[in-house]
Write a protein that binds this ligand. Structure first.
Ligand code: HEC
Ligand code: HEC
Length: 326
């Protein structure tokens, strides 16, 4: 008996030592770096069509995280990130050659937006990657970044640097990894197929699933529908006043989903205008997606009808949270 306990003790001690060693290693190396990539040699032509389309995507994506209070992309504090992940600032991505990204080639930008890897091999893991965006749409974003639009004009302003928590760093050694550069061309969806258009709008650049699913970390960015609790809501985010806000369940579950409350027109009004059918305003971090067309948002509604229903009562969870906070 004593021997068994001794062996158990040794094994446990070994495990603890290994874990401590791993944590020490993670703390020492920080976010891992990768081999400098060979970036595609592509020169993106700046056409008015591309700039216009790039602006739509940028308004939903890049602006939400990178725009300062003057609406320029000089970077800012990401208030909605829960504190356990650290204090995160985005970067200056204006055309300034020194403080911004004026020196990046188009290929470096395309590679970075797909994978999260910079040309020196460093990994910007908080920055979302866009593995499913069509090649043409990704080039539209790059064209917009190179355009004469106000938000991207060169600015020397430098935001503060991020302080990642140990949890964040640990995640980059375990669950969060850069994405591979797509092996082949990614086409735009058939815009006559509303369900396909809806999935593309919601998952490839609307990022609706990233907030409206079950977990902020257990997400599959490539096969988005494999994300934990896909569209069932339940992620705790931080609101404008520092309060916790649980993301709603967007599935068509009869009891707990949005279907019982929204018609398609009301859904479009909520997503684009930020107002619920009862007149209440949707709070930050749910930003009104004015840049999307009615057709695109209507298509998201059609797509959500096809998503497996999840019974997850967010109203109840919110009530419990409010009680606990009192
Ligand atoms: C959810 C917030 C978020 C969104 C949306 C976002 N970014 Fe970022 N981005 C970040 C953060 C945070 C960093 C800094 C990451 C780091 O330093 O590790 C960053 C870094 C970058 C960098 C690297 C800059 C540098 O100097 O290293 C580029 C380029 C960039 N973003 C471009 C974009 C573009 C283009 C879009 C829109 C398609 C976009 N980002 C959307 C959060 C975001
Ligand atoms: C940054 C995270 C985030 C993203 C991205 C996001 N949402 Fe939301 N959404 C929220 C939060 C948080 C709320 C709850 C707001 C509140 O309680 O006032 C919400 C509320 C909503 C509501 C209202 C539900 C209700 O309770 O009546 C709808 C509809 C909605 N979102 C649809 C979408 C769609 C469609 C997209 C993609 C185009 C999207 N959201 C992207 C966080 C997000």
């Amino acid at each position: 008996m004593k021997k068994v306990i001794k062996i158990l003790g040794l094994v446990l001690g070994g495990v603890v030592l290994l874990l401590a060693g791993f944590c020490g290693y993670v703390a020492a190396v920080g976010v891992p770096t990768y081999d400098p990539p060979s970036v595609p040699k592509i020169n993106v032509a700046v056409t008015p069509e591309r700039v216009a389309r790039g602006e739509v995507i940028a308004q939903i994506q890049c602006m939400a995280c990178h725009a300062d209070k003057d609406n320029r992309l000089t970077g800012k504090h990401m208030d909605d990130v829960p504190p356990m992940f650290g204090t995160i600032y985005t970067k200056n991505i204006t055309q300034d050659k020194e403080k911004g990204i004026g020196n990046w080639t188009d290929g470096e930008l395309l590679y970075f937006l797909r994978t999260g890897i910079r040309k020196d091999g460093s990994y910007a893991f908080v920055m979302p990657q866009y593995p499913n965006l069509a090649d043409e749409d990704l080039m539209a974003v790059v064209a917009w970044l190179k355009s004469d639009r106000f938000p991207v004009q060169a600015s020397k302003r430098e935001p503060q640097s991020s302080e990642l928590s140990f949890v964040s760093t640990l995640l980059t050694h375990t669950m969060i990894k850069p994405l591979p550069y797509p092996p082949s061309f990614i086409a735009k969806p058939d815009t006559n197929d509303l369900v396909a258009l809806g999935k593309y709008t919601a998952d490839a650049f609307g990022d609706c699933y990233a907030c409206h699913s079950g977990d902020l970390i257990k997400q599959d960015k490539v096969q988005t529908e494999k994300t934990e609790g896909y569209y069932g809501g339940g992620i705790e985010l931080v609101g404008e006043k520092g309060q916790k806000i649980i993301t709603p369940n967007l599935t068509f579950d009869e009891q707990t989903g949005i279907a019982r409350r929204y018609t398609k027109a009301q859904f479009i009004q909520a997503v684009k205008g930020g107002v619920r059918p009862d007149g209440s305003i949707l709070r930050y971090p749910m930003a009104p997606k004015m840049a999307l067309s009615d057709r695109e948002v209507g298509a998201i509604y059609e797509y959500l009808k096809t998503v497996p229903k999840i019974n997850n009562d967010i109203a109840k969870k919110t009530a419990e949270l409010q009680l606990a906070q009192k």
